[in-house]
Design a binder for this molecule. Structure first.
Ligand code: ZN
Length: 247
């Protein structure tokens, strides 16, 4: 794109413009690096303060290379990571799509939307959500939080979520999971039960939820998503397991 512009302007003394553009690009990079250094060096808390500089920058400064936060994910990532197969080999990270609707009285709602991806090196996506997307809590606000996750939370995350929901009574969390994570484990089952008891609504993703997630959180280029052939069947399988655990 930039090349095209400079070529077409060469005839009218575009050389200078070309250089200017290169210069801008360079100084942009330098500026970004400079901010990074600042953020990870002298100002560990500075990331929060520089929110107006762009949220992406803030996230990378807080947790370099461990959590990815984005607006919409690549289609092939969604199709692989959210596939509701029974055995999830190769899918060793969690993708968490979120919608937050927070309201205070009659003031217009604040909406947030995006996704988080963890690497299982640092905090899991569930915990990262409360560090990055909803770090502050105001008890006079009501928070309607909806997650679409590639797999249900691990035992450690369920414990953390229970703690958070108990401390933040006006946060209402609904989790739609594509798959149940290690649901045979007693620890996991206890965790999910405790989470439900803390007021979290736990659901498995139906074919329609996969379509919704595709439409809302994937770079879909206006393409429609057709659920996998066994999507409904797998949903029913997991739904039954979840119902057994929560009964
Ligand atoms: Zn976890």
């Amino acid at each position: 794109m930039a090349e095209k512009v400079s070529k077409s302007t060469t005839q009218v003394g575009g050389q200078r413009k070309e250089k200017l553009e290169e210069g801008n690009e360079l100084s942009g990079k330098v500026a970004a690096e400079g901010t990074d250094l600042q953020g990870s060096g002298d100002l560990p808390e500075g990331a929060v303060g520089s929110r107006e500089n762009g949220e992406l920058k803030m996230d990378f400064e807080l947790l370099p290379f461990e959590i990815v936060r984005g607006d919409r994910m690549e289609p092939f990532i969604f199709k692989f990571q959210f596939k509701n197969v029974e055995y999830s080999s190769g899918r060793n990270k969690t993708f968490l799509c979120f919608l937050v609707d927070s309201q205070q009285g009659y003031v217009e709602d604040e909406l947030q939307r995006g996704y988080l991806e963890d690497e299982h090196l640092g905090p899991h996506a569930e915990e990262a959500f409360f560090q990055q997307v909803l770090p502050d809590y105001n008890p006079s606000r009501r928070y309607q939080v909806t997650w679409y996750v590639s797999s249900s939370p691990c035992a450690a995350c369920t414990a953390k979520l229970v703690e958070i929901l108990q401390a933040r009574q006006t946060v209402h969390l609904t989790i739609y999971s594509a798959r149940l994570f290690m649901w045979e484990e007693a620890e996991i089952q206890e965790g999910l039960k405790a989470l439900a008891a803390a007021g979290c609504k736990l659901r498995m993703m139906k074919p329609l939820d996969f379509i919704y997630t595709w439409d809302t959180f994937v770079e879909n280029d206006d393409q429609t998503f057709t659920p996998w052939e066994d999507c409904q069947e797998n949903y029913e399988y997991y739904q039954e397991k979840l119902a057994d655990i929560l009964q």
